[in-house]
Design a protein around this ligand. Structure first.
Ligand SMILES: Nc1ncnc2c1ncn2[C@@H]1O[C@H](COP(=O)(O)OP(=O)(O)O)[C@@H](O)[C@H]1O
Ligand SMILES: [Mg+2]
Length: 346
């Protein structure tokens, strides 16, 4: 039975990129950018997706939108597996899914006016005619919605600040009334002072329009305020997924613990007591992932089975999913030392 509360379900999603080499351009290997990822997103929620650069977050997002054809796995949106749909049907559903990018400058055509940029999805999808009064009205409405003055719609991207450009990107994504938006590091390139404004805007829009977000970031501090649940990704796989508060107060995966120990506490007293748990080295290459648990080469707690047997991603407590041999039903009882203080979610 399809669960109506779920807008999206991905099952065992994989995206491998071929590595071609040599003079003949033969395939010499595979980059396992996304390697068996499963999660679902509830209608109206924000699922945060975090992990170090290169762990496969953007590829996951692009595979969900079929901007990258998945190597295998299912992408069930509104009850239908997108990977199996004929082109025409897919087009109809794809309109409901949009993406907001990290660098609003690179993703906005510098030679197009704001009016054209924001109206383009409507024109491409044949919903409104270029130059029509209804298109202009819609663009004005969208600009107002994101807090920009429609008066400036004839201007070009370079005439706006970084935060304003991100608002233009959001207006463009919203123009065709999507229900689901993938926000791919939408605030990483912005000044810290502007980040909160854009996060607040996205939250207001979610409330107003009933949107569902997949919110991608490389660091937990960026997803902690906006996310209802958070998925932690490492080397193409999800390591842990649970409710935001549960993740911060009861992180079970050593990788999640290391990420949380890197988030500063707003309270200076707590901050002084904060124990840091720093991982050595860089993540291995997704072209040559370690056997067993992919995290074992950096895990301070790895035991023998971690070197040979891949831990299954499973529900360890209600709504708390993890891929780690060390966590059991009682939580992290096999993990010797509590490395993390309960985080303040200010
Ligand atoms: N189009 C592509 N062709 C080949 N390899 C790619 C492509 N896109 C991403 N990759 C590789 O896949 C891995 C995951 O990349 P990406 O999804 O961009 O990570 P993230 O968004 O988490 O930083 C990286 O090793 C990256 O080099
Ligand atoms: Mg990325």
């Amino acid at each position: 039975m399809a669960d109506n509360n779920l807008i999206l379900e991905i099952r065992d999603l994989r995206k491998y990129f071929p590595i071609v080499g040599g003079l003949l351009g033969r395939q010499v290997g595979l980059v396992r950018a996304v390697d068996g990822v499963s999660f679902s997103i509830r209608r109206g929620e924000t699922l945060g997706l975090v992990g170090e650069s290169g762990c496969g977050k953007s590829t996951t997002g692009r595979a969900i939108l079929l901007l990258h054809q998945p190597t295998s796995g299912e992408v069930v949106f509104e009850g239908q597996d997108l990977t199996l749909l004929p082109t025409e049907e897919l087009r109809k559903l794809r309109v409901k899914m949009q993406m907001i990018f990290q660098d609003p400058y690179a993703s906005l055509n510098p030679r197009h006016s704001v009016q054209k940029i924001v109206g383009e999805p409507l024109m491409i999808n044949g919903l409104m005619k270029p130059g029509s009064p209804e298109l202009r009205a819609r663009v004005a409405e969208m600009l107002q919605l994101v807090g920009l003055d429609p008066f400036y719609m004839r201007r070009f991207p370079h005439e706006f600040s970084g935060g304003q450009r991100q608002r233009i990107g959001i207006a463009r994504a919203l123009s065709i009334n999507p229900s689901f938006i993938i926000c791919d590091e939408p605030i990483s390139a912005l000044d810290v002072s502007i980040q909160a404004q854009v996060v607040n805007l996205l939250q207001d829009l979610q409330d107003q329009l009933g949107l569902t977000y997949l919110f991608i970031a490389h660091d937990l501090s960026m997803v902690k305020h906006i996310s209802h649940r958070i998925a932690v990704m490492y080397l193409g796989k999800i390591m842990e997924l649970t409710d935001r508060n549960e993740l911060f107060n009861n992180p079970l995966h050593p990788y999640t613990q290391s990420l949380i120990s890197a988030v500063p506490f707003p309270d200076p007293k707590l901050e002084r007591k904060r124990r840091r748990f720093i991982l050595k080295g860089d993540p291995p290459s997704p072209a040559n992932p370690p056997r067993g648990c992919v995290f074992h080469t950096r895990c301070p707690l790895a035991v023998e089975e971690c070197y040979t047997i891949e831990p299954e991603f499973h529900e360890i407590q209600p709504d708390h999913y993890i891929a780690c041999h060390l966590a059991d039903e009682k939580g992290s009882s096999k993990i010797p030392e509590k490395t993390v203080l309960a985080a303040e979610l200010a």
